[in-house]
Write a protein that binds this ligand. Structure first.
Ligand SMILES: [Zn+2]
Length: 129
């Protein structure tokens, strides 16, 4: 279950306005790292949104997971199926959804949310799992 959902549409819009007005260089926003592009290729999911910069392809959504309890999984890109599985087995973690264009390397955070089981400290010890 997703909670604490934050939408970054306004920030995205502001960023694009900066680019369109020339206040920010395209190279500045089209700076996806090879790591992110690779994640988009292997873990990304298609989106209906056309790339706002090059308009040559639809952006790919990549979900990154972060959490103290995730161990090595923290800070990695995961598919929707993996996140669904994690949400039922792992303790609270956050997910950052980034859109990336594999043509021009545009990338921007679009959404973040918290998923996973409630932290143990708030659960009663005697409750069996
Ligand atoms: Zn693009």
């Amino acid at each position: 279950m997703q909670r604490q959902i934050i939408d970054y549409a306004l920030q995205r819009k502001a960023r694009l306005a900066e680019v369109h007005s020339g206040r920010r260089a395209v190279a500045d926003v089209c700076d996806a790292s090879p790591y992110l592009l690779r994640a988009a290729k292997f873990h990304g999911r298609p989106s209906p949104t056309l790339c706002p910069i090059c308009r040559k392809e639809q952006v790919t959504l990549v979900s990154w997971v972060f959490g103290d309890k995730l161990g090595q999984v923290s800070g990695s890109a995961r598919s929707s199926e993996e996140i669904t599985r994690l949400a039922t087995s792992a303790e609270e973690f956050s997910v950052h959804v980034v859109e990336v264009c594999r043509t021009c390397s545009w990338n921007h955070l679009v959404q973040s949310y918290v998923a996973g089981l409630p932290p143990r400290s708030t659960r009663r010890r005697r409750v069996a799992k």
